[in-house]
Design a protein around this ligand. Sequence first.
Ligand SMILES: Cc1cc2nc3c(=O)[nH]c(=O)nc-3n(C[C@H](O)[C@H](O)[C@H](O)COP(=O)(O)O)c2cc1C
Length: 245
Amino acid sequence: MNDVIKLLNAHRSIRKFTDEAIDQATVEALVQAGQCAATSSFIQACTVIQVSQGEVRDRLAICAGNQAYVASAPVFLVFCADMKRLKLACDMHDAEMLSGYTEQFITTSLDCALFAQNVVIAAESLGLGCTYIGGIRNQIAEVADLLELPELVYPVFGLCIGHPAQNPEAKPRLPLSVILKQERYNDSEDQARIAEYDQHVREYYATRTGGQKSMTWSEQMSDMLVKESRPHMLPFLQSRGFIKH
Ligand SMILES: Cc1cc2nc3c(=O)[nH]c(=O)nc-3n(C[C@H](O)[C@H](O)[C@H](O)COP(=O)(O)O)c2cc1C
């Protein structure tokens, strides 16, 4: 295994950071590494907003469901899917951009995910730790106001970056046999394999929490997926011109 694969295998989200600052040159190097990710049809649709510690950051932490590390992380970035810049490109050629396609929502959101994952890998390669913050979509309209996002721009997720002040074990992932299928979709053995995996996850949580949390993966999913999933997202995206058809 080479060093890149070892680094990827060692990933874990970090939610406690030391006070050590990250210099701006490093932040810019990370974001430039993000820019090097593949981008659908070269659209380069990700815009990153760096939010320094202070009032707006504190509000973002509240919007994200009171996630304290959003306020305290040395660096906090918000990744935005940005069709506005693409409109500008069209305007430069007197071309009327057709917007609001679900396909554009997918490609711009994917651009953000690939971009951000490059940032995370680059940060981890420097010994930094990160956590994605999808929680900012809990109150996405307020987040958009706080960041003064115009129409055709939406915040996909945030990212905390800092020097780790904790060293959690990597979370066990589903067995490869469940994830990697050969030639066609076949899930006939998945239930048995998931049941086995569930026990690893239970042990992982028990060890990590000193026996306080006992939860399997399938229990976690079944708790979560019986609840509505941010039903305000569609009306929000529609109100911003992001999804029409
Ligand atoms: C798009 C996205 C949004 C996430 N949002 C949050 C979040 O709001 N808060 C949080 O603590 N972790 C968040 N996470 C981190 C996941 O909970 C974490 O990646 C997952 O549990 C696996 O753990 P690991 O990253 O330590 O391997 C998010 C991850 C992704 C990819």
